[in-house]
Design a protein around this ligand. Structure first.
Ligand SMILES: C[S@@+](CC[C@H](N)C(=O)[O-])C[C@H]1O[C@@H](n2cnc3c(N)ncnc32)[C@H](O)[C@@H]1O
Length: 292
C-alpha cells in the first residue's frame, strides 16, 4: 500500500435531472430493451485485443451497458480489478466519475495513456490507482459508490501453458500457444490462487467494498467456470457464496453469449466425453448492497 493514503477527491453526486427514485437515466422503452437476460457484445476499434498487452480484456460495451443500467450521470463507478482501464473508458464516454485499481503497474500506466484522449466536453474524472484491491476502503468514502463493476481474474485459469484446445487444427498454434499468460507472480494476485483460496480472498476484498456502496447500489462480477483435469470447477457458485457471505444479495444471473466471438472451434471430447465449449458463454452476476 502507498504511504499517506488520503481519501480521493472525486465527485459522486448525480448531475442529471432524472427523478431521485430512478435507478438510471433510461426511458421506459430503453429499460425494456435491457430486460433480456442474455447479453451479446461486439468489440469496437478502440478495444484492445492484443493478448500480449493484457490477456483478458472485456469489450468496452460490457461495462458501458452496466453503467447505463445502474447509474446516473455524475455518479461514481468503481472497478477493483481494472486491468487496462476498459471500465474507465466506458465511464468517461458516459460522463460518470470512476476509480479503478490494479496490482500491476504496467497495466495502470497503459490505462493512463488510454485515458489521455480528451473528449469535447469532459465533465467527469477517472482515476487509476496501482494498489491491491484489499486497500480500496482507504481511498473512498462510505456510501459514495453507485456501481461496482469488474471482471476479476478467473482464479488461476491463466497460470498454465495455453494449449488452445478449443481451436481447430493449425489455428491452435498461434502466438500465445504454450505460453503462460498470468498477470503477475505477486502472491496477492488473485490469478495465482487455487479456486477455494481465490474465493476467500475475493470475499475479503468485497467485504471491504460493501460499506463504500450506496444502499441498493449494484455490484457486477463477470466470471466463468473452469475445467481442470477433466473436472468442472463451478467458479461462479464459489463467487456467489463468497459475496453472500460478505453481505451482498444476488439479484440477477445474466449470460454473456460469446458465440459471435468464437471462430475456428475444434472438436474435443468426441466421441465419449461431452464437454461444452467454455468460450461460448460467461456469467455476469449482478448483486446489490441490500436496502437499509
Ligand atoms: C480480468 S483482468 C481485468 C481486465 C479488465 N476488465 C480490462 O478490460 O482491462 C483482472 C485484473 O486483476 C488484477 N489483479 C489481480 N489481483 C489483484 C488484486 N489483489 N488487486 C488489484 N488488482 C488485481 C490483474 O493484474 C488483472 O489486470
Amino acid at each position: 500500500m502507498k504511504k499517506n493514503v488520503k481519501t480521493l477527491n472525486i465527485l459522486n453526486e448525480k448531475t442529471c435531472n432524472c427523478p431521485l427514485n430512478h435507478t438510471n437515466c433510461l426511458s421506459a422503452k430503453e429499460w425494456l430493451h435491457h430486460q433480456v437476460a442474455v447479453w451479446e457484445f461486439f468489440y469496437e476499434k478502440r478495444d484492445i485485443r492484443d493478448k500480449e498487452t493484457h490477456p483478458a480484456v472485456f469489450p468496452i460495451a460490457l461495462p458501458k451497458k452496466c453503467i447505463q443500467l445502474f447509474t446516473h450521470k455524475g455518479e461514481l463507478v468503481l472497478d477493483p480489478f481494472v486491468g487496462i482501464g476498459t471500465t474507465l473508458i466506458a465511464s468517461k464516454d458516459l460522463d460518470r466519475n470512476a476509480v479503478g485499481f490494479d496490482l500491476k503497474k504496467e497495466y495502470v500506466n497503459f490505462s493512463k495513456k488510454r485515458l489521455e484522449q480528451k473528449r469535447l466536453e469532459d465533465s467527469s474524472r477517472q482515476i487509476i490507482i496501482n494498489d491491491d484491491a484489499i486497500n480500496i476502503p482507504k481511498y473512498l468514502e462510505k456510501e459514495s459508490v453507485a456501481l461496482c463493476v469488474t471482471s476479476p481474474p478467473y482464479s488461476n485459469m491463466l497460470n498454465r501453458k495455453r494449449l488452445n484446445k478449443s481451436r481447430r487444427g493449425n489455428l491452435r498454434q498461434d502466438k500465445i500457444y504454450m505460453k503462460v499468460q498470468q498477470y503477475s507472480n505477486n502472491p496477492r494476485d488473485l490469478g495465482t490462487m487455487e479456486p477455494r483460496v481465490y474465493a476467500n480472498a475475493l470475499g475479503e476484498i468485497y467485504k471491504g467494498i460493501l460499506p463504500l456502496l450506496k444502499y441498493k447500489a449494484h455490484c457486477i462480477i463477470n466470471i466463468t467456470d473452469l475445467w481442470w483435469e477433466n473436472k468442472r470447477i463451478p467458479l461462479h457458485i464459489y463467487v456467489i457464496e463468497a459475496l453472500e457471505k460478505a453481505g451482498y444479495e444476488l439479484r440477477n444471473t445474466i449470460i454473456w453469449d460469446r458465440r459471435n466471438l468464437v471462430n475456428g472451434a475444434g472438436i474435443f471430447g468426441y466421441p465419449n466425453n461431452y464437454i461444452t465449449l467454455g468460450t461460448t458463454f460467461e456469467y455476469i452476476l449482478d448483486f446489490w448492497r441490500p436496502p437499509k
